[in-house]
Design a binder for this molecule. Structure first.
Ligand code: DSN
Length: 426
C-alpha cells in the first residue's frame, strides 16, 4: 500500500508549527521522545478489556505488566493507595466518577465555567449538566480567589451529593481541607480534578489533594507532561458511602465501583499504547529533573504575571501560585475581545487561548480574557529572560492588533527566537 503522503505532510506541518511558534496554552506540553515512541507503538494492536490479571482477552501477559507498572508508578508519584490508568481523557475520568457516585438528576456542586471551572464540572452543554443537576460556586469579585463562603452556603442549603474542586483557569492554590470539612458536614463526596496542576503537585510545589479528597481525577498531558489521557486515584477513603453491594451481599469498596464505572461502565478496550506512554511519563515525573522543571514552570508564570501587571494588564486574583495567568483584557484594551486577541497572537506566532473571566460581559465565544501558561515553553528550556521577551512581544501585538506589518515582524522574530529552543532538549 502507498504511504499516505497527505496526512504525513500535515503531521510535518504541525511539527513545524510546534517548533517555530511560542506555545502558551496552559493545558498543553511537549512529551519526551520515549513517551512519543510508546504512544506510537505496537501496543495499539492489542485488545485488553478488563484489568491486569482479570482480562476478557488472551495474550495480555505483556500488557498486564505494562498497565500494572503504570498503576504502581502513579500511586508512588501522588502517595495514592489506588489508581486506575484507563480513562481515555480527563472528561472520561470525571464521567466515571459521576456514574459511580450519583444517580441521574442528583445535585452536585462545581466551580462555574466562567469562573475558571471545566466543562465536565457542570456546564449545561456537557453530560454533567445534562444528566445531573449542576450547582455552581464562583470566585470573589474583588480578590478573584475561590469564594469558600459561597461554596459552603450553597452546599449547606442544597445538600449536593458531590462537591468538585479543580479548574481550567484558576491561578491560585486550593484550600482542600476546608472543602473536605464542608463535604463531611453534609455527607457529600469530595472530588478534586487536578488535571491542570498535577505536575506541580507531583513535584510537591502545591498541596496534594489526595490527603483530603475522597477521589482525585486528572489528565496526564498538561503539567504532568505525559500522553493525552486521564487517571483516577484514591488516597485513603475506600469505604463505600452508597452501600452498593455485589451479588454475595458484600459491600463493594469505592475502588471497585470506580473500576467498574470505567470498564464496563463507560469504556471498552483500554488504550494500552497510551497506558505505556503514561507509565513512562510517571517514571520521568519521579526523577529529580522533573522537580527542577516544575520549579521553573512556576517561576516563569510568576515573572510573566509580574511583567504583565507592570504593563497595565489586570490579572484575575492579581497573580499566580501555579503555571498560568488569567488576563482581563478590559483593564488595558476595553474594546479588544479575547477572540480577536487570540487570533492576532496566533498570526504573530504566539499561541494562547481566549478565556472567560469572572463576571465577564462577553459571551464564551468572544470573552474578555486571555489565558497564558508556562508548562510547554518551559519544557523547551525557557528561563525568566525568554519570558521577559515574550511578554514584550505579547504587549506589542495586543497594542497593534490591526497593524499587519507589526504582526508580521513579530512573527519573524518569534520564529528566529524559537530556533534556540529545541523540542526534545530534555
Ligand atoms: N479545558 C481544557 C483546558 O484547560 O484547556 C482542558 O479540558
Amino acid at each position: 500500500m502507498e504511504k499516505d503522503e497527505f496526512i504525513f505532510r500535515l503531521i510535518d506541518q504541525e511539527s513545524l508549527r510546534q517548533y517555530e511558534d511560542i506555545e502558551l496554552i496552559a493545558s498543553e506540553n511537549f512529551v519526551s521522545s520515549q513517551v512519543l515512541k510508546a504512544a506510537g507503538s505496537v501496543l495499539t494492536n492489542k485488545y485488553a478489556e478488563g484489568y491486569p490479571n482479570r482480562r476478557y482477552y488472551g495474550g495480555c501477559q505483556v500488557i498486564d505488566l505494562v498497565e500494572q507498572t503504570a498503576i504502581d508508578r502513579l500511586k508512588q508519584l501522588f502517595q495514592a493507595e489506588w489508581a486506575n490508568v484507563q480513562p481515555h481523557s480527563g472528561a472520561q475520568a470525571n464521567m466515571a466518577v459521576f456514574l459511580a457516585c450519583l444517580q441521574p438528576g442528583d445535585h452536585f456542586l462545581g466551580l462555574g465555567l466562567s469562573h475558571g471551572g471545566h466543562l465536565s464540572h457542570g456546564a449545561s452543554v456537557n453530560f454533567s449538566g445534562i444528566s445531573y443537576k449542576a450547582l455552581e460556586y464562583g470566585t470573589e469579585k474583588t480578590s478573584g480567589y475561590i469564594d469558600y463562603q459561597q461554596l459552603e452556603h450553597i452546599a449547606v442549603k442544597k445538600m449536593p451529593k458531590l462537591i468538585i474542586a479543580g479548574a481550567s483557569a484558576y491561578s491560585r492554590e486550593w484550600d482542600y481541607k476546608r472543602i473536605r470539612l464542608i463535604a463531611d458536614k453534609i455527607g457529600a463526596i469530595f472530588m478534586v480534578d487536578m488535571a491542570h496542576t498535577a505536575g506541580l503537585i507531583a513535584a510537591k510545589l502545591l498541596n496534594n489533594p489526595l490527603h483530603y479528597a475522597h477521589i482525585v481525577t486528572s489528565t496526564t498531558h498538561k503539567t504532568l507532561r505525559g500522553p493525552r489521557g486521564g487517571v483516577i486515584l484514591i488516597g485513603n477513603d475506600f469505604e463505600n458511602p452508597w452501600g452498593k453491594t455485589n451479588t454475595n451481599g458484600r459491600i463493594k469498596m469505592m475502588s471497585e465501583i470506580l473500576d467498574s464505572a470505567i470498564f464496563p461502565g463507560i469504556q471498552g478496550g483500554p488504550l494500552e499504547h497510551i497506558i505505556a506512554a503514561k507509565a513512562i511519563a510517571f517514571y520521568e515525573a519521579l526523577q529529580p529533573e522533573f522537580i527542577i522543571y516544575q520549579k521553573q514552570v512556576k517561576k516563569n508564570a510568576q515573572i510573566m504575571a509580574k511583567l504583565l501587571n507592570e504593563k497595565g494588564y489586570k490579572l484575575i486574583s492579581g497573580g499566580t501560585d501555579n503555571h498560568l495567568v488569567l488576563v482581563d483584557l478590559r483593564s488595558k484594551f476595553p474594546k479588544l475581545s479575547g477572540k480577536y486577541a487570540e487570533r492576532t497572537l496566533v498570526n504573530a506566532g504566539i499561541t494562547a487561548n481566549k478565556n472567560m473571566v469572572p463576571f465577564d460581559d462577553r459571551s464564551p465565544f468572544l470573552t474578555s480574557g486571555l489565558r497564558f501558561g508556562t508548562p510547554a515553553i518551559t519544557t523547551r528550556g525557557a528561563k525568566e529572560s525568554l519570558i521577559e521577551e515574550i511578554v514584550e512581544l505579547i504587549d506589542v501585538v495586543l497594542s497593534n492588533v490591526d497593524n499587519n506589518k507589526i504582526i508580521d515582524s513579530v512573527k519573524k522574530k518569534v520564529n528566529i527566537l524559537m530556533k534556540d529552543y529545541p523540542l526534545f532538549a530534555w
